[in-house]
Design a protein around this ligand. Structure first.
Ligand code: SF4
Length: 383
């Protein structure tokens, strides 16, 4: 069992690189959640999106007839909700299933199982292949790569007007007036309308992508790593823009990212995914102060601290991420978990409430372990 660890942080030390850019966000040192007030534990009226038992298995084809010989469980039974007007951060390593979950929510790929329900004007509508077209106005996506997500042969005015046309806005003048409005909203101007994507920088292209996502006045936007392909210097501008637009248009975000410091800054709540499952979900401040799952602790310990005098012990996760084709029995994380005991390889822990206030964790020992947080006085030891 591990020994006591020194305090990870005094005050709030933050990550470097992309994170520093994020900190340039008009941060007052307060977390987003504190500045907005705690959104509470989630009245049903407030819930905009509800996801229950979401699964996406990709078939592995083999043999002479290319028949399924197995399945890669990219998303394996995920439950969460998002309240209207909040940002839910979704984090995890590459291959954890976070982008696949986002795609399933928008029905850009067909889920294998599970229910997704969207609250449209107080009525919950199941998102499926029948309803998705009518819900497309309400749910949009901002893609990670602003270079490949815009058609290089189309002018900006046509890229942004495309969803308007698809949703039946017939008048060309009306469409272009809306394009102008949207360009202004994302900090660009009508002068940019007749240019092509290659004439813009990465940050400007991402603004165009955001304008396109806003075209139909959506309520929910899935932001799939929206700043990870951008220069550090531009990341903060785009994050600030997303924050402004959320305030202005009352948007709700599912913010998918691997940079924990960006997620910390933009999110109200954060869900941590590992091998297709949510292993922990909590209010952002609670999670960063008081993680209850060993995987979350390991992710936090990898955040670099920009202080040469500050010493801490990084938790090195041993072994590789197990294959989603053949996940380990019991707790998926047990082959890499330094707290694992006999039960962990036999029984799968359920995602359950630990410590109140909607803090959920899927670990047999979540009540006993005291883990290292990023800001708080956590000291890792076993119970
Ligand atoms: Fe580690 Fe066991 Fe908890 Fe899984 S259930 S995270 S293996 S201690």
């Amino acid at each position: 069992m591990p020994d006591m660890h020194m305090r990870r942080n005094e005050g709030r030390k933050m990550a470097t690189g992309a994170t520093e850019a994020a900190i340039e966000l008009r941060s007052t040192g307060e977390s987003r959640n504190r500045s907005r007030g705690n959104p509470g534990t989630g009245d049903k009226e407030e819930v905009l999106l509800e996801v229950r038992g979401l699964k996406k298995y990709f078939p592995i084809l083999g043999g002479l007839f290319r028949r399924p010989v197995g399945y890669a469980r990219a998303v394996d039974g995920v439950d969460f909700y998002i309240r209207r007007g909040e940002t839910l951060g979704l984090v995890g390593e590459s291959g954890s299933g976070k982008t696949t979950a986002g795609m399933c929510i928008l029905h850009l790929i067909e889920p294998t199982a599970g229910k997704i329900r969207f609250n449209r004007d107080g009525e919950f509508i199941e998102v499926n292949s029948r309803t998705v077209r009518s819900l497309r106005r309400s749910m949009q996506i901002i893609f990670q790569d602003p270079y490949s997500s815009l058609d290089p042969r189309m002018m900006v005015q046509d890229i942004i007007a495309e969803p308007l046309e698809a949703q039946g806005v017939r008048s060309r003048r009306e469409r272009y007036e809306r394009v102008e409005e949207l360009l202004n909203a994302v900090g660009m101007s009508s002068q940019h309308m007749r240019r092509f994507p290659h004439e813009f920088s990465g940050g400007q292209r991402q603004r165009i992508g955001i304008a396109r996502a806003l075209a139909l006045n959506p309520s929910l936007i899935v932001c799939d790593e929206p700043v990870s392909a951008l220069d550090v210097s531009v990341q903060a501008q785009v994050l600030n823009l997303l924050d402004d637009l959320q305030e202005r248009f009352g948007l709700t975000y599912l913010f998918i990212a691997h940079d924990l410091s960006v997620v910390q800054h933009v999110s109200d709540r954060v869900a941590v995914m590992y091998l297709g499952k949510i292993v922990e979900i909590a209010d952002v401040e609670e999670l960063f102060n008081n993680p209850r799952h060993p995987y979350t602790e390991a992710l936090f310990s990898a955040i670099p601290v920009p202080d040469p005098d500050f010493q801490y012990k990084q938790i090195i996760l041993e072994g590789d991420v197990p294959s989603p084709i053949d996940p380990p029995p019991g707790c998926n994380f047990h082959p890499r978990c330094r707290y694992a005991r006999a039960i962990c390889s036999k029984e799968e822990p359920v995602l359950r409430e630990v410590g109140g206030d909607g803090h959920l964790a899927a670990c047999h020992f979540a009540d006993d372990l005291v883990l290292m947080g990023v800001w708080g006085p956590g000291i890792a030891q076993t119970g």
